[in-house]
Design a protein around this ligand. Structure first.
Ligand code: 48F
Length: 263
């Protein structure tokens, strides 16, 4: 066994995967629960999905459960998503369903990848490609380079649709709004900011607000609350899972309809 062959195999595979994803159907920014669910369902339909995660470990806010305790909850409406990703759960006397967050995080990552999504970690989306009043891709950089503040220019990926699944940070929408003279699909044309914890309306809000926020750019998961001024919900994850599923339904229809551009 020659050590250099190990290096060659890694470099060849990594750069082939990156090259293959420079032009894709959907870029999902952030590998939290909502993004991973959407990625899994979309890929299963044969849609080309590229998930970009800035951290070393995908899974977003799932791993920490509630305050670091490793269980969290869903309501019965979300059980089908757990079943589709082969995640176990038990019913609680409250009528909620409880799952192990380590199983959910690893199960969603494994499920999304096995269903065909290409997931890259350690890549940060730092900006967007915009032309003719539509988002057409993302500007990416190496997370470590950004952490160190090195002056390194980025690369780009083009996509038919981009999704901000970056959670509370809503980094993609924030950047779009800050750097460009654009009017978002919100009452003020700007991100409205997340509100305090109020579980029931928050869970409905995250699903209802899963939509296109600017031509070519969608939000799902917790970033919907930050963009549309909704409540947070704490460690109940049904809304996240159903938001990912709703995004899949919207995007698969848009792609099926031949990507009609709405401006
Ligand atoms: O926060 P996160 O888990 O997003 P989500 O799918 O789920 C929210 C819940 O986990 C929880 C909650 C439910 O009760 O409130 O917070 O909305 O995952 C977001 C992922 O996006 C990554 C980040 O590292 C995390 O893994 N991310 C954030 N900004 C970027 C990014 C960026 N600029 N580029 C790439 N990845």
């Amino acid at each position: 066994m020659k050590e250099i062959e190990i290096s060659r195999a890694i470099l060849k595979s990594h750069f082939n995967a990156l090259m293959d994803n420079l032009s894709t159907d959907v870029v999902i920014v952030g590998a939290g629960p909502s993004g991973l669910v959407a990625a899994g369902y979309l890929s299963e339909k044969g849609i080309k999905v590229t998930v970009l995660e800035k951290r070393l470990s995908p899974g977003g806010g799932v791993w920490g459960g509630g305050m670091g305790f490793k269980y969290a909850t869903v309501q019965k409406e979300a059980l089908k998503v757990l079943q589709d990703f082969n995640i176990s759960y038990v019913e609680d006397p409250s009528g909620l369903f409880v799952f192990d967050t380590i199983e959910l995080a690893s199960g969603l990552i494994f499920g999304a990848v096995k269903k065909g999504a290409q997931l890259f970690n350690l890549i940060t989306v730092e900006d967007l490609l915009i032309s003719e009043k539509r988002v057409r891709g993302v500007v990416i950089n190496n997370t470590f380079a950004l952490m160190e503040g090195f002056p390194i220019d980025p690369l780009t990926i083009e996509a038919k649709f981009v999704v901000d699944a970056t959670g509370h940070e809503h980094e993609v929408v924030k950047t779009l709004s800050r750097k460009n003279d654009v009017k978002l699909n919100t009452p003020t044309g700007k991100p409205l900011g997340e509100r305090s914890l109020f579980a029931e309306p928050a869970e409905k809000g995250v699903v209802n607000n899963t939509k296109e926020v600017y031509p070519g750019l969608f939000v799902c998961g917790m970033s919907t609350a930050a963009v549309f001024g909704y409540y947070r919900m704490g460690p109940i994850f049904g809304g996240m899972l159903l938001s990912g599923k709703k995004l899949f339904e919207i995007l698969s229809k848009r792609l099926q309809d031949g990507d009609k551009e709405k401006t």
